[in-house]
Unconditional design. Sequence first.
Length: 99
Amino acid sequence: MDRPSSHLVQVEIYGQSYNLRGEGATAYLQELASFVDRRMREVAEATATVDSLKVAILAALNIADESQRGRSPVVDVAPGGADRLGRMIDTLDRCLASA
C-alpha cells in the first residue's frame, strides 16, 4: 500500500520559524500554525508573560481545555480568564522551580 506523500511547510509561530512535515493541504498546516500563534499572543497579552515556554504551555492548556469541553475557541480571553491564567503561571513557576 502506498503512503500519501508528505511535504515540508514553513510556518511562523510566536516569532519563530518552523519547518513542518505533513500530509494533506499546505493551507491546513498554515491555518493550524496561525491559530496557535494567535492563541499564544492572546495569552501573552492577557498575562503580560514574556517567557515563550510559559506562553506556549498556557496556550496549549487553553486549547486542550476547549477541545475537551467541545467548545469553539474564543477570540478574547473570557471574563476572569486573566486571573485564571495568572494562577496557572504561578503554579507553572512553582513546578519549574522544583524541577
